[in-house]
Design a protein around this ligand. Sequence first.
Ligand SMILES: *Cc1c(COP(=O)(O)O)cnc(C)c1O
Length: 295
Amino acid sequence: MYLQFSSPVHQIEDALFTDQKVELYLKRDDLIHPLISGNKWRKLKYLLADAQYQQKTHLVTFGGAFSNHLLATASAAATLGFKTTGFVRGEKVSNDTLFMCSLLGMKLIFTDRSSYQHKQELFLAHFFNDPEAYFIDEGGASAQAAFGCSELVDELPEKYDHLFCASGTGTTAAGIINGLVGNGLSTQFHAIPVFKNADWMKQEIKKYLLKEVSFNLHTGYGFGGYAKTTPELITFIKKFIAATGILIDPVYTGKMLFAVYDLARKNYFLPGSKILAIHTGGTFGLLGMKNQFQI
Ligand SMILES: *Cc1c(COP(=O)(O)O)cnc(C)c1O
């Protein structure tokens, strides 16, 4: 395995944080790799190692038409010399993400939404006689993925009072919480679900926790649902990108950072607090959302 990365931490300056006497830092997992980006790299790392160990040569995985995970898998597979197939949820479409997946050599199989629910069956139906095929669940969800994400904590240069992360499946959040516990840190963890009314996320995160610990779930930042936006969110993202030079997207990191700024405005943080937000990557996904921006 010759893909090996860690990412830097950058401070984000804003009058809001000066006024509140807090400091915001961003862990730049988006800089890990342009396509195998952010948490998708951390989630894939031990799955890829396991596939290599088992001498599998063909990665088979699943995702929606704009999936950062499909793109990350396609890119990692091409880099490491795996064949790769992606089952894509829904009818045949073309977009920038799927174009890149194909360019990287991923074979795409468009799958109707009801068959897509049964991933193991799909895998067996297509690859029952292919001993070299390796199953990777949608988004890489697995205990190995959580373990890969826990390593993020080992890289932190200092202690923070709060740590924020966007949550889709909750695997990344669970991994980071495990990492905080493993390192004996008392940092308060905050998950921002990217769905509407996602109280169920608490249970999803708990699935991969090695130890029962408390954490915060902020369910008020779903902006109407997965990949849904509001003019307020889009305005925030445009301002943030222009002010910092850092790309964030409306599906994940935009919602998470909106939450941090909103909580700061509401005096949520004690003066002197150090806040770390995780940039989980996925900036390529911006291209799938460009018609939301009216630029
Ligand atoms: C997939 C993804 C997430 C969600 O990660 P989970 O482990 O599924 O919670 C967060 N941010 C970005 C940019 C992603 O691509």
